[in-house]
Design a protein around this ligand. Structure first.
Ligand code: CP
Length: 320
């Protein structure tokens, strides 16, 4: 695997899930595979889970790891081509990328959406520049439009906790004070569509996700109706994807607090399990009682980030 961005990059999900289960049983079974290989993790944005879980996964495989926080100590990078660099950005990404590639064997990138230029974000401009100019395999640690390591961990978690062959999984928008990217819901929808689940997506009108991610999922604007009989409730905020009205791209169209997941919402599910990628704002996305309930999976879900990262890095190492 030379690039990890979309669900199809990992191949058949059944074998990826099987490999995840094997790694979970013995995460040090391949602890020499990465000997003398270096992972460079590049963060343009903050992280807790992705940073720790991905570094741990690489260390389980015997790799060396370098972490670069671009906004904390590196030269400020220009990402646009054709600009006169007379501002505060000292280095262009197009020089920085091959330099970074020369110090490592694999690159992981975290670079969020700017939420101002839909085309720039949805063309995955920054991620694709790394693919094109680094000379190294590159994997997404949340890019402008996708967060596949999270979605893979979510799928592992659903596999571990499902009580039906084909569970009902509901992806629900929930309110948030600030504009957030669509990467997590995009990838969650993409991976659930590829898995054997009954996916329903619910959000206020105007928040329609890009059709490439919605796929065959049912979209239901009545949140309570969508949640009826759900086995898994995946809550997430996202800003306007700009599908129906491109000028609204990246805007907060609603802060409707009736969409916050509380006990009344969970009561209409089929003993549904609560999921969220974290970090989560309590009282906005979910109430304390729901996230603290035994049916909340947020901690095992975060723990599975180590497993999803390890499958991906292992597969990349096997192609070097
Ligand atoms: N879920 C997730 O990616 O968490 P971090 O932003 O803390 O890495």
């Amino acid at each position: 695997m030379k690039k990890f961005l979309h669900v199809q990059d990992i191949g058949p999900l059944s074998s990826a899930l099987q490999e995840a289960a094997e790694i979970k049983k013995d995460r040090f079974a391949h602890d020499t595979l990465g000997k003398n290989k270096t992972l460079l993790m590049i963060f343009f944005n903050n992280s807790l889970r992705t940073r720790l879980s991905t570094q741990k996964a690489a260390m389980n495989l015997g790799m060396n790891v370098i972490v670069l926080d671009v906004n904390a100590g590196a030269w400020k990078l220009e990402t646009e081509r054709g600009v006169i660099m007379d501002g505060d950005k000292s280095e262009h990404l197009l020089e920085a990328i091959p330099v970074m590639g020369s110090y490592c064997d694999i690159i992981g990138i975290r670079s969020f959406a700017g939420l101002t230029d839909r085309s720039y974000d949805y063309e995955e401009t920054v991620f694709n520049q790394f693919v094109q100019y680094s000379g190294r395999p590159v994997f997404a640690m949340e890019t402008a439009t996708v967060h596949p390591l999270q979605a893979f961990a979510d799928l592992i978690t659903i596999e571990e906790h499902k009580t039906k062959a084909r569970p009902k999984v509901v992806l629900t928008w929930a309110p948030h004070p600030k504009a957030l990217p669509q990467a997590v819901p995009n990838s969650f929808a993409e991976w659930m569509n590829a898995a054997d689940v009954d996916l329903v997506i619910t959000h206020p009108e105007g928040y329609e996700l890009d059709p490439q991610f919605v796929g065959d999922a049912r979209v239901e604007y009545n949140q309570m109706k969508a949640l009826e009989g759900a086995d898994f409730v995946y809550a997430k905020n996202w800003s306007c994807p700009g599908v129906t009205n491109p000028s609204d791209y990246g805007k907060v169209l609603s802060k409707e607090m009736s969409w916050t997941i509380d006990a009344a919402h969970m009561a209409v599910t089929d003993n549904g399990k609560f999921m969220h990628c974290l970090p989560v704002r309590r009282g906005m996305i979910v109430t304390d009682d729901v996230i603290e309930a035994p049916t909340s999976l947020v901690i095992p879900e975060a723990a599975n980030r180590e497993i999803s990262a390890q499958v991906v890095i292992k597969r990349i190492l096997e192609t070097l």
